[in-house]
Every structure is written in structure tokens, then in C-alpha cells.
Design a protein around this ligand. Sequence first.
Ligand SMILES: *Cc1c(COP(=O)(O)O)cnc(C)c1O
Length: 377
Amino acid sequence: MTRPLQAIVNLDAILSNYRQAKTLAGGAVVAVIKANGYGHGLTRVGKYLAPEVDALAVATLEEAIELRAAHVTSRLLVLEGVFDAEALDTAIRLDLDLVVHSDYQVALLASHELSATNAALNIWLKIDTGMGRLGFHPDRAAGQYKQLYALSVVNSVILTSHFACADEPQRQENALQLTAFDVAARSVRRAYNDLCDSKSETTSLPQSIANSAAIIALPAARRHWNRAGIMLYGSNPVVRSVDRSVDMQSLACSMTLQSRLIAVRSAAKGESIGYGADFRFSEDGRYGVVACGYGDGYPRHAGTGTPVVVGGVRTRLIGRVSMDMLAVDLTNVPQAAVGTEVELWGPRIPVSEVAECAGTIPYELFTGLTQRVPRVY
Ligand SMILES: *Cc1c(COP(=O)(O)O)cnc(C)c1O
């Protein structure tokens, strides 16, 4: 028998969540499938979504190359852009959209200009409105826009930024970032008006700032383009949202991490389970060993009490998670036996619940699933 652990991926659920994102956003939506499709499988997810989405996005050129090699022909955005001239050539050859966040990337485009034939790159000009990670200062938006717009290698420029606190929609940082973005957009608009005689084919100035949390809970952030990541995978990132326009139930569950019991044992009162003898039975009890551990990406910091469903019954993890196995309390699951099915997360146990027990977020659990776990579609 093969090891019973598998991640069952529901591609239809991802597509249905994409449609919900479109409805909410009201504009175009980029489906973000970086980091191996948030653990769901880059090319499988990319190929499935490509016919319907406005665009796909990945973090790195390498991910984009993999998708193009798998014949994914949709519009495809590289969120970190490229780092050298060779990568720029590849991006042009593969017809990728690129984020430009730094002077060296503008310089790469300008020097490409001198050496090569025309190409039609769509550039996402990134402004740092407060995330403090990538992008130009808002004061530089208009200048950078003009410089990019003047290059014949550039087809269109989309103004973009990223929120630091969109998962907490009430925080004032969100309003400040939006204001900074709008100020930058107005300055770009003025620059564009000065330029538009020379290049009249583009009439709108597309913008993009919303991620999943903003699509869900910051209506003012919804623009021409929106970028949905975690919500495609059934997880609502918004914490304590007053206006939960999308609740957990209405996003479809995209992955079930499923395994089976490979041993069932009884325990005497006082007996300890697992490394560190961290857990002890306070009464006589019964427990099972599940084929799933931190070597598979199940979080080691999920402690005793983390929910697990065994044979359809909700019970709890006990003791420390080991590399290949974890233990579950079967004291109240008398029908459980070797081979009984176990759900680690999925429709019965939202990944967010496991994440909370482990002091992390669904993003990390999804992307942390290792190669060892077969994805079944
Ligand atoms: C990852 C990423 C997203 C998607 O974020 P979610 O919170 O998963 O929706 C959007 N924009 C950028 C720039 C990103 O890096």
C-alpha cells in the first residue's frame, strides 16, 4: 500500500472562487498562483484557470517560464519583475507583463531599447504607498511613468501598489495608502495629459492596488485591475471584519489534506505520547497514529488540541508533531481503526483553524506543503 497522505485539490473550487473575486471586484482580476499555486500545483492550477482569467501572476521569472513551457498562453505577470538583461530578454520572448519597482529595472528597459527591435511590454509601475517593501516613492510616480512611457519597448503602464494591512480593514494605514496611491495616480494623469499627443492609442490609465483582503473588505481599493491570491484557495484573510461581504462558507474549499490511521493503540492513565513526552493521558484512553508530519508541511507548532477529523468525527491532535507522523486522541472515536480516514484540513476543518493553532497563517500552510505529498486532482 502506498502512503495514504495526499492533498486533494479541487480545481473547480478555485475557478468558482475566481468568479466570486470577479463579481466582488467589479473589474479585471489577476489570479495569483505564485509559490506553486499556493501549494496546489503551479501548472495544474495555471492551465485550469488560463482560459477564463484576465491574467495570471507569479512571483518569479522561473515560475513564468514553467507556465509558458506548459503552454499557458494567458496574460502572465511577474510580480518581482526581472533582475538582469538576460531575464528581460526572456520576459520579452515569453510575452510577460513585468512589475518595475526599482531604478535598475528602468535602466534595463532603457538599455534594451538601444539594442533590440520593438516589443510590446505591459509594465506594472510599482509605487510604495506604505508597505515598505518594493516600489518607488509616490513623488516619483509621474517621473518614472514618463520615462517608461517614452520607451518603444513599453506598450502600456499600469500603476500599482500593495497594502500592508488590508486584512485589518479598519486600520488607518489602509486609508493613508489609498490616499497616497490616488495622489500618485493624479500626478501620473497630469504627466500623461502632457504626453498623450505623441502616443494617443492608450486612453485609460489603469491602476491596481487590491489583494484578496482589499477585494473583500476595502471597496474603495477596487480598481481596473485587482489581484486575488489566497481567496482563490478558499481562505478569507480578513480578520474581525465588520463587513464580511464574503464569509468562509461562500468561498469554496480548494484542498483537503487527507491521510489515514496507520496504528491504533490504547493508553493507560499517565502514559506519555511522542517526543518530549509532552502529552500524558490523565485517564485510560485510546489514540491513533496518522501518516502526516512536519516533513510533509503539517505545522510542528500545532499543539495538543488542534482539531482533526477522524472517520467523520472531530477530535484533537495530541503531543508533538513528528517528522512523518502525528498522534490523535481516539478516546471518543471508538469506531476508529487502522485505515480510518483522517482529514487534517479541508471542508470540515478550515485551514485557517489549523493555522491559528500553530501561530501562523493559511498562506504558510499551503505553500509549506512539501514535495512528498502527492497532489491529486
Ligand atoms: C501575493 C501577492 C498578491 C496576492 O495576495 P493575497 O493576499 O494572497 O490575495 C497580490 N499582490 C502582490 C504584489 C502579491 O505579492
